[in-house]
Design a protein. Structure first.
Length: 198
């Protein structure tokens, strides 16, 4: 069954996505499904190192989690990087979302004409034996002037991907899966898994 936390002994080939964000899990699952790759949710806390590099954060957390749970795991660290704010909130996106939220970020962008931003996802696959592999995805776009749409999560209501006029939250799942940083990173993982026949 999808979407449930499981702590039972696992098939060695199962990929466990360690995240407490169920939206991230659902997006990853939808992206991998057409490739015939199944993942399961491991709803567990991760070790987060202090770094401004999402790739380093994801890799360290994945290696720690693989050892701790004795399973092959996936960890994804993502963030929204706003040009006019010198890349803020970037690696602090989760904290910023939980504190000042979408409206707080819009306030920081008040009167700002430069609206460019990008989302980045860094994905790490790690085995309990210590090997790891990384994948990343980026989507460029702009920060809207006001929040719009009610689908998705996080900063979806204020992010408009390049070439579109609607926010991720207005576009819905198909739209998000077509353009998102997460979908890009997970598709790279799928192609790598197929190529290496793991
Ligand atoms: P886990 O660490 O448990 O996986 P998290 O939500 O804390 O979940 P991140 O550390 O990767 O995940 O946080 C990134 C934050 O950036 C996330 O909480 C959102 O606020 C924002 N974010 C990342 N990807 C997003 C997306 O696709 N759409 C909207 N906001 C996103």
């Amino acid at each position: 069954m999808h979407g449930e936390a499981d702590t039972s002994p696992s098939d060695k080939r199962t990929l466990w996505f360690v995240t407490q964000n169920h939206h991230k899990y659902q997006e990853a699952r939808r992206t991998l499904d057409p490739f015939g790759i199944k993942i399961r949710l491991l709803d567990s806390m991760k070790t987060e190192i202090q770094s401004t590099n999402l790739g380093e954060i994801a890799k360290f957390a994945a290696q720690e989690a693989a050892k701790k749970h004795n399973r092959t795991v996936l960890v994804e660290d993502s963030g929204l990087f706003v040009k006019a704010l010198d890349g803020f909130p970037g690696p602090f996106s989760s904290y910023v979302h939980d504190t000042i939220g979408v409206e707080g970020l819009l306030r920081l962008m008040n009167r700002q004409t430069q609206r460019e931003a990008y989302f980045q996802a860094s994905l790490a696959l790690a085995s309990p034996r210590g090997s790891s592999q990384e994948f990343s995805g980026k989507v460029h776009g702009t920060i809207s002037h006001k929040s719009a749409g009610n689908q998705g999560f996080g900063f979806d209501p204020i992010f408009i991907p390049r070439g579109s006029r609607k926010t991720f939250a207005q576009g819905g799942t198909e739209f998000k899966d077509k353009y998102s940083h997460r979908a890009i990173a997970f598709r790279k993982l799928a192609l790598w898994l197929i190529r290496t026949k793991i």
